[in-house]
Design a protein around this ligand. Sequence first.
Ligand code: MN3
Length: 242
Amino acid sequence: MERRRFFKAVGLVTAAAYVGPRVFANNPVFSKASGIAGVPALEFPPLPYAYDALEPYIDARTMEIHWDKHHRAYYTNFMAAVKGTALEGKALTEIFPSISKQTDAIRNNGGGYYNHLFFWNNLKKGTSGPSGDLSAAITKSFGSVDKFKEAFNNAAKTRFGSGWAWLYLGTDNNLAVTSSPNQDNTLMDSSPVKGTPLLALDVWEHAYYLKYQNRRPEYIDAFWNVVNWDEVNKRFQAALKG
Ligand code: MN3
């Protein structure tokens, strides 16, 4: 792992975030319901771990390109797309409920910015699994944790082209699984199903191609070794409180 390069990148990002006045200091953080509580809106925070932290399931090179190139581009392009508009300075969770009225640039880049932040934070090696409340809710909605995984895997495998698989708490307060095209998510008014996302999996080829090439199902199976269940449990508790 190129640790020095990683810290250099993080250092640059951190420095950039604190240069000059904190223009967005008064803006709301992502709402609790976003599941990324504490992550400031409209910034580009460092990855919460080293590029190689998820090896061998997700390789360091993929993480580096995915975070530093793909994710950064969504962020930069989103900030450029809202600059000078009524949306400038608004949190994404405020924008998504009326995203169908916005431009493709705002929808695609805003979704890409948000979804990746959400994804990085639901990845970690070695957490123990869904906890009491979440485990019970999964069993109620899917029959068992294994059946939930099967449904999630199926959503991830059958999403044609680029997109995401999601576990979300629906507006009916039941857990459900879906997939979305491109950079859409279940917070968007354009989504056929709506609810609070709890767990995301990026199934764009850029998320797995270097290591898995065309074998998306292998990448999906590997994903279960790096799900940050502590984070998913927290998101579920926050979603229940609204
Ligand atoms: Mn991606």
